[in-house]
Write a protein that binds this ligand. Structure first.
Ligand code: OAD
Ligand code: ZN
Length: 254
């Protein structure tokens, strides 16, 4: 097996694709697995446009719960090591499926010293802390509290400051398309990368899961960091079976 650290040192262009596993050691629940979010909730009841149309209050309550949960978490050693890696190496780009904002928080942790921009990730599935309007193009970073639980009225749900319509979390739900500009940029980065470093994803949700194949098809290498085997393991040149905080500070050391 090639040495993952050497593969990264030898590559000029590197794309890093992360999933929920990188935030697990920060205390953010993953989606699948023993303690996964989807074990306790049915995705079709909460993370679909149909669910929101039927019962926006319940969907908003779930997202508020997740916001509060994530707000109490902090970036871990793997997030921070990736910031150093991206700031130090101009050819490194981060792409994440996570909506928890922890990569950006890690990047801003160093903002007093350096411009964090190169360490900000492309967010494939949106961001938990951003809202968008269900009618117009308005986006915002609001974090409004909900009113009484169980009320039938939607008047106290977050509404758009521009047009008054209901706001929704700015995340991608099941059955929805990814933003074509964001996906296109991620596909370009994956295709041009000499190495795709995949961290903490079960690699079952497409199109994100297909990005590493893009790198591979163009002759690049794939490194997987995940304590468990995934469908990507078969095409990976190198599988590191450790947790993100154990593996990343070591293999991405600058
Ligand atoms: P999953 O919950 O499906 O997978 C998490 C992966 O992280 C698993 O393969 C674990 O083995 C691994 N893992 C757990 N702890 C880890 C650790 N400490 N270090 C490294 N790896 C660890 O999460 P995702 O693959 O990110 O989409 O899920 C993909 C998408 O499915 C999410 O973005 C979300 C969900 O539906 C949307 O909401 C659109
Ligand atoms: Zn609006």
């Amino acid at each position: 097996m090639p040495d993952p650290r050497q593969l990264l040192l030898d590559a000029r262009r590197v794309v890093v694709l992360t999933g929920a596993g990188i935030s697990a050691e920060s205390g953010v629940p993953t989606f699948r697995g023993e303690q996964g979010l989807w074990r306790n909730f049915r995705p079709e009841e909460l993370a679909t446009p149909e669910a929101f149309a039927r019962d926006p209050r319940t969907v908003w309550e779930w997202y508020h719960w997740r916001r509060h949960l994530v707000a109490q978490c902090v970036p871990n050693a793997a997030h921070h090591a990736l910031v150093e890696f991206a700031l130090d190496r101009p050819g490194v780009r981060l792409v994440t499926q996570n909506v928890d904002g922890l990569h950006a928080r890690a990047a801003y942790d160093v903002a007093a010293l350096r411009d964090p921009t190169p360490a900000l990730p492309l967010e494939l599935h949106g961001n938990l802390f951003r809202d968008r309007c269900t009618s117009c193009d308005e986006h915002g970073d609001h974090d409004l509290e909900l009113g009484d639980e169980g009320s039938e009225d939607t008047a106290d749900l977050p509404s758009c400051s521009a047009c008054g319509s209901l706001l929704r979390p700015d995340v991608v739900w099941f059955g929805e398309m990814l933003d074509p500009a964001v996906l296109g940029e991620a596909q370009r980065l994956a295709a041009e990368a000499e190495v795709c470093l995949v961290i903490g994803t079960s690699a079952v949700v497409h199109p994100a899961a297909g990005l590493a194949n893009e790198t591979k098809r163009r002759g690049g290498r794939v490194i997987e960091v995940n304590p468990e085997e995934t469908p990507l393991s078969a095409i990976a040149d190198c599988c590191v079976r450790s947790s993100a905080t154990e593996a990343i500070p070591e293999i991405c050391r600058v």
